[in-house]
Design a protein around this ligand. Structure first.
Ligand SMILES: Nc1ncnc2c1ncn2[C@@H]1O[C@H](COP(=O)(O)OP(=O)(O)O)[C@@H](O)[C@H]1O
Ligand SMILES: [Mg+2]
Length: 411
């Protein structure tokens, strides 16, 4: 069919034509917004899940809903920053929030105070002063200028929360890729938000990240569970997956043969990104008003090619030989979490020998640890992809040095 009318959206963060299976999260979000605006408190959300399950899309929908209710929304994608750079990012976002609250810069009482605190915070994280341009008020000495990220950020959040309250609105921070925060940055955010909750101020954060976010949060200050709920999202159920496929086509008068739907759902495992990729391919190959099983079978190699090129390949492009072998050995052991010891023995090595490789893969966001001793891929169906690429090749060990032998004896 005409690719120009193809309704499917296989792109990171692209709003799908129908958002399948996320209605309870949307309800929770609406309750959160309403409660905060009414001066009540509620747990905010940190959504976790594998790549391609629809976390960024959800943040986008939350943003739109909050915008429509007159909230000030700030969207950021976290990357691995030191604390200074993180502070600058926060200062930039909060500057934007303040100017949205008070575009004419007339500075009502709380807004004026917030501008002074923001100026103080900005000059602390960016002594050059470029971030405080337009903040034409005196800096607030002694507030948000200690150089301690957690207490400065708390001062800033409280000041901005009060300014928002004065205007009868709220501030929503939407942070994507939140697993990239360092522990100290997450703790600073938690501390700032905690203070705002204590004072019933309308400022909150909704985050999204890979499953390792859960581990990071449990290492952070113990009250993170009291501030956030941690909904996990994943593959869609069979009915939801069918809806995600059928509905966009039916709006354009196109139907699916039942067996075609079953074939696609089976292949994609209900993962949203895979469904969109399959929907796009099968639409393009199909010739009639009904998409058939035959179409679905023809489209499979196209889908596989697209996924390999655009989704999977980027995940191995930066891997060292041993990192690749580690992942390939995991895939050899099957789908799902694998024990570190089993992977090591398949690579003819001891666990301590490959533990730095495993840690690197975790740090790079390729793997996470669903339970102690185990690791799994952060990309769905990655094991299947690696097996498809070729057999396991165990890298030769370099010859042992004297130092290695001493280490072995000490163990
Ligand atoms: N609920 C959903 N129903 C149908 N398609 C979805 C849904 N959520 C996401 N998608 C599609 O899945 C893909 C991945 O979404 P994205 O939000 O980028 O995932 P993540 O941020 O978890 O990696 C996109 O192509 C998007 O259009
Ligand atoms: Mg995303």
């Amino acid at each position: 069919m005409d690719p120009r009318t193809n309704p499917y959206t296989p792109n990171a963060g692209a709003q799908p034509p129908v958002l399948a299976g996320r209605s309870s999260l949307l309800d929770n979000f609406s309750v959160l917004m309403n409660r905060l605006k009414a001066g009540r408190t509620d747990k905010s959300m940190v959504i976790t899940g594998l790549r391609g399950v629809g976390k960024t899309v959800l943040l986008g929908v939350f943003r739109k809903n909050a915008d429509d209710s007159g909230w000030v929304t700030l969207e950021s994608e976290i990357s691995k920053h030191d604390d200074m750079a993180f502070g600058k990012m926060i200062a930039k976002e909060m500057r934007r929030a303040l100017f949205s609250l008070d575009p004419a810069r007339k500075w009502a009482k709380r807004a004026r105070r917030a501008a002074g605190v923001l100026r103080s915070f900005s000059l602390t994280v960016d002594p050059g002063g470029s971030l405080s341009v337009g903040l034409d008020v005196e800096r607030m000495y002694g507030t948000a200028d200690s150089g301690q990220l957690d207490s400065d950020l708390t001062d800033l959040f409280v000041a901005l929360g009060e300014a928002a309250q004065e205007k009868g609105t709220g501030i929503l921070l939407l942070f994507d890729e939140i697993h990239c925060l360092s522990l100290s940055q997450l703790e600073a955010l938690i501390m700032g938000l905690h203070k705002c909750v204590q004072r019933s101020l309308p400022i909150t954060l909704v985050g999204a990240g890979l499953p390792q976010t859960l581990e990071l949060s449990s290492e952070a200050k113990s009250y993170s569970e009291r501030l956030f709920s941690f909904p996990q999202i994943g593959a869609l159920s069979a009915d939801e997956a069918k809806y995600a496929l059928i509905e966009p086509a039916s709006h354009l008068g196109i139907t699916f043969e039942e067996s075609a739907i079953d074939f696609i759902c089976e292949y994609t495992g209900g993962y949203p990104y895979f469904l969109q990729e399959y929907g796009k391919a099968v639409w393009n190959v199909s010739g009639g008003e009904m998409i058939t099983l035959e179409d679905a079978k023809v489209a499979q190699s196209l889908v596989e090619h697209e996924l390999d090129e655009n989704f999977f390949a980027t995940r191995i492009s930066g891997a060292t030989q041993l990192e690749y072998a580690y992942m390939r050995a995991m895939a050899e052991l099957g789908d799902g979490p694998q024990l570190a010891g089993d992977v090591a023995s398949l690579l003819d090595r001891t666990s301590p020998q490959v533990s730095p490789t495993r840690s690197n893969l975790i740090a790079k966001g390729q793997l996470y640890t669903p339970q102690f001793g185990y690791a799994d891929f952060t990309v769905p169906q990655f094991a299947r992809y690696l097996r498809r690429r070729g057999p396991l090749e165990v890298p030769k060990q370099r010859p042992k040095t004297g130092r290695d032998r001493v280490d072995e004896q000490l163990r």
